[in-house]
Design a protein around this ligand. Structure first.
Ligand SMILES: [Zn+2]
Length: 313
């Protein structure tokens, strides 16, 4: 079926992306989404290799330069957030299978200097699970909610003071968590990844939703993280992946930043701007790559009837 879907839609290049792979979900992620185990991840890769050729960044550039045309079906794999499982687990798997990939990192989190606010929320939820009922009641009163988990999961980038003061109340020190668990890759690991042929890209400084911050901050988050990645890896490639989504980002943003390729998260979708490519989120509960990718093609076809399969700028 997939071969016919590729033919029907003419979309023979896909950009699947993940965050992490682990047989036991780390505390900073386990309360946010289901993590793929190593076996499922390897099955995903084998599925992708059956239908598509792995592409390098230079292949992606040629694809763009040729007007988004390519003879054979291809995929360019990427991973967001710069997590340490990339170095320890994903890197050796990709090397053994000969699959190139890009890793998009937040400059403020490299070397475990700080942490994504949603990871802090997952740690808080985990600690709250351990509390006695009376203590939970106090937190409900403090947050003015009756459903702590949903309330915490709805907090945004701008709510960092609430997150930090709740951590203080619970006696949680995120610095200690970072030092003990090393959730992120280090500068040395990133340099080694680059030397091994992987692409390292930017993912903003500290992972805000771009629609939630103003134009100047959007530009600063982008340029500054690109500069940091360039400095660490020595790369001249300027590739950037939006944190969360590009949805709600004004078209003027794209004129104001110097980026070779920008990656979004809108699934199988075209973009009016030639250098903006949309990726398929592969972590969809227990779904295999085969189901996720086939669904994306069907959805793409459905959207094409309403002319909704192109992101307009
Ligand atoms: Zn991210």
């Amino acid at each position: 079926m997939l071969k016919s879907l590729i033919k029907l839609t003419g979309q023979n290049v896909i950009f699947p992306f993940y965050h992490t792979v682990s047989d036991s979900a780390p505390i900073h992620i386990k309360n946010l989404y289901r993590v793929k185990c190593e076996k499922d991840f390897v099955n995903d890769l084998e599925f992708l290799l059956r239908y598509y050729e792995p592409m390098k960044l230079s292949d992606v550039k040629s694809y763009i330069n040729l007007g988004k045309k390519r003879t054979k079906p291809g995929f360019y794999l990427s991973f967001d957030d710069g997590l340490s499982e990339m170095y320890h687990l994903v890197r050796p798997i990709l090397i053994s299978k000969g699959i190139p990939a890009a890793f998009f990192c937040n400059s403020a989190f490299i070397d475990n200097k700080d942490m994504f606010f949603r990871y802090k929320i997952s740690i808080l939820i985990e600690e709250i699970h351990k509390l006695k009922q009376s203590a939970v009641k106090n937190i409900e009163a403090f947050l003015q909610t009756q459903d702590i988990k949903s309330h915490l999961l709805s907090l945004k980038y701008g709510d960092i003071n609430t997150i930090n003061s709740l951590a203080n109340t619970l006696n949680i020190r995120f610095e200690d968590y970072l030092q003990q668990n090393h959730p992120y890759m280090t500068t040395a690991q990133l340099v080694e990844m680059k030397k091994a042929g992987f692409d390292i890209g930017a993912h903003s400084i500290d992972h805000p939703l771009y629609a939630d911050i103003d134009k100047n901050d959007q530009k600063h988050q982008t340029q500054s993280s690109l500069a940091a990645i360039g400095q660490i890896t020595g790369t001249t490639d300027r590739i950037f992946a939006f944190p969360f989504t590009d949805f709600g980002v004004p078209s003027s943003f794209f004129d104001g930043v110097q980026v070779d390729i920008i990656f979004g998260t809108a699934g199988l979708k075209k973009d009016q701007l030639p250098h903006v490519l949309h990726r398929i989120p592969m972590e969809k509960g227990s779904l295999s790559a085969s189901s996720v990718v086939c669904k994306q093609y069907l959805y793409y076809m459905a959207k094409s009837f309403f002319n909704k399969n192109v992101r307009k700028r």
